[in-house]
Ligand binder design. Sequence first.
Ligand code: MRU
Length: 371
Amino acid sequence: MIVKAVQWIGGVDGYLELVDQRRLPAEFVKLRCRDVEHLYEAIKTLTVRGAPAIGVSAAYGLVLAVQSLTPSEGLGAALGDLAKTCDYLASSRPTAVNLFWALQRVRQCADEFVGAQPKATLREFQEVVLAEANAIYQEDVDMCRRIGQNGEKFIKDGAGVLTHCNAGALATAGQGTALSLMFEAHKEGRRFKVYADETRPLLQGARLTAWELQQAGIDVAVVCDNMAGWLMKQGRIDAVVTGADRIAANGDTANKIGTYGLSILAKEHRIPFYIAAPSSTFDLGIGSGAEIPIEERAREEVTAFAETPVTPEGVNVCNPAFDVTNAEDIAAIITERGVIESPNTDNIAKCLKAVPDRDKRISGSGNRIYG
Ligand code: MRU
């Protein structure tokens, strides 16, 4: 059974249910998110995390925002409030483009609805916002499955596969991106071993990826982040597969800090390095990875390990949460629309060409509006 990390419960008056990812694997607890401030905190603190899950949650955050409107305000004011909530949620985390993409998509849908039906009721407006959030959710579920189906062939029988951070069900509305390949290969009866990088400082690999794969009955071993090179040298890794937080038009890819180092190690050892990501993670509005904003997080994440201090008091700390892997070091980007081998500006544009015009405009401008 695939875990549901993000789920809307009820109709327009409902609430957002989130698995509290800070507490896994020790405890499996679901939180009820009933207001936008709570959701903002949940995104910021990584209670909900992973690019697609952040995007889906933010879309539902806009449903929470329109719940508190009153009919006397009028729909013009409602659009103004929605825009303010978009700005607020957009300031929660800077790197994953899915956040900006989802906010922009719901906002545009609301704008278009009010433009076309200025005399609609508040209830109708709220229903439109919820329907768009639900569409984003369902599309993410479908994209995850298709990514898995498109990429499972890269998980060969008997292979050793290295992954970093968590790009599983916990990071999406569906069955994940990188881990979706593994779930599909497992369904096919292939036997393989996954090495899950622990992923310092917040241990998404050790806590979340290991938990998900263990639940699914997939052979997984947790390794410290500094072990990958040695495993590769010993011939134990046949492929590296990770997710992504933002992919520039040329294929440069931001993902959890440490991914770039893995790509260099993989190149040195001639091991294919794959990225698995939905089209909502592409930011066609930026030419290269140099333009991707990299989140810098609190020093306390580094100065303590599982809340035990591990550094001298007052020492300087550097804590970038993401890095950028060069497109030329990526063997293929696996999307729901197909596999982009040796990604570059041309073949990415070609693969994403099937995107409806509206979505293309949104994904291309997401970070320029809010980032
Ligand atoms: O800081 P996080 O835990 O949100 O970082 C998540 C990642 O880097 C994932 O690999 C990425 O979002 C892809 S999730 C399908």
